[in-house]
Design a binder for this molecule. Structure first.
Ligand code: HPA
Length: 290
């Protein structure tokens, strides 16, 4: 009994803490973002494309978790891409840093409370599908959560969403189609794939990667799925984009290192920026499907 009421208090607290963070952000940047964007490892440069930007370091936002990983600068950039008001997270926290999944998904909750109804979630991932090359960009079609946990464990907070909710179209098919068409207009192929989420921080073993491939995975990474779960809980439509920063363990006979992951992100930054810049206005005018 005691345990349940303690958890309920924490939950009440979670909503109040997210409201406090959203209230602070609103008081600094008087803008109502229509679209949110979470930039993964090595992909933070896109935030420089935001016009009329107000930059808020995560450390100034009440209750916001702060990343400890190189390559994640940790600031929220509010402004416009074209005519579209956006909230861009330059960096995120991961469970392998010691954060709980509630903390990992806290910024997603705050984006939802700021009014974001559409969200682009990006990440660096290892390529399992041998058809991908290093530097490929992949639109996520689905995911397999192998982290063994879920950010929504515990009593449900109805102000965020329902206890049980559908994940059939966790990644909006309409958004994916627009992204594939836009990449094709820009002269390159946006791949599609299934993202397998693990906790990390160690990269996988070759046997794990072989197993993930049998399970139907095309990519592997250490983020994204819990943000997607929290966003879907709030009815937010999602486009997931992975950059294949390296081929997963054992696909090529070479070790993986974090520097390589960061370098690949930087190398395709221009391509990634052109895609996002053209796509964001299209996603916002697309009618909502959930
Ligand atoms: N495995 C897990 N996470 C990753 C990888 C990988 O190979 N590359 C980038 N993030």
């Amino acid at each position: 009994m005691t345990q349940i009421s303690e958890t309920s208090e924490n939950l009440e607290d979670l909503h109040a803490r997210a409201m406090a963070a959203a209230g602070y952000i609103h008081s600094v940047a008087r803008i109502q973002p229509k679209l949110g964007l979470i930039l993964g490892s090595g992909l933070g440069d896109f935030a420089e494309s935001v016009q009329d930007a107000t930059v808020i370091p995560y450390s100034e936002i009440p209750n916001f978790p702060i990343s400890t990983v190189a390559g994640h600068s940790g600031q929220l950039v509010l402004g416009r891409i074209g005519d579209i008001p956006v909230a861009v997270m330059q960096g995120r926290v991961h469970a392998y840093e010691g954060y709980s999944m509630k903390q990992v998904t806290f910024p997603t909750r705050v984006l939802g409370l700021l009014g974001v109804e559409r969200l682009i979630i990006t990440n660096a991932a290892g390529g399992i599908n041998p058809g991908y090359g290093q530097g490929a960009i992949v639109a996520l079609a689905d995911h397999i959560n192998l982290t063994g946990t879920n950010a929504l464990i515990g009593p449900n907070e109805p102000r965020f969403g329902d206890r049980f909710f559908d994940m059939t179209h966790a990644y909006s098919p309409a958004f994916r189609k627009l992204a594939i068409e836009e990449a094709s207009k820009q002269g390159w192929k946006l791949e599609e794939g299934v993202y397998v989420a693990v906790l990390g921080p160690s990269y996988e073993t070759p046997a794990e990667i072989r197993a993930f491939r049998i399970l139907g995975g095309d990519l592997v990474g250490m983020s994204t799925v819990h943000e997607v779960i929290a966003a879907r809980h709030m009815g937010i439509e999602i486009l997931g984009l992975s950059i294949v920063t390296n081929m997963a363990a054992g696909v090529l006979d070479q070790p993986i290192n974090h520097e390589e992951v960061m370098e690949t992100g930087k190398r395709i930054a221009g391509q990634f920026t052109s895609l996002l810049t053209a796509l964001i206005p299209q996603l916002v005018t697309q009618p909502a499907t959930s």
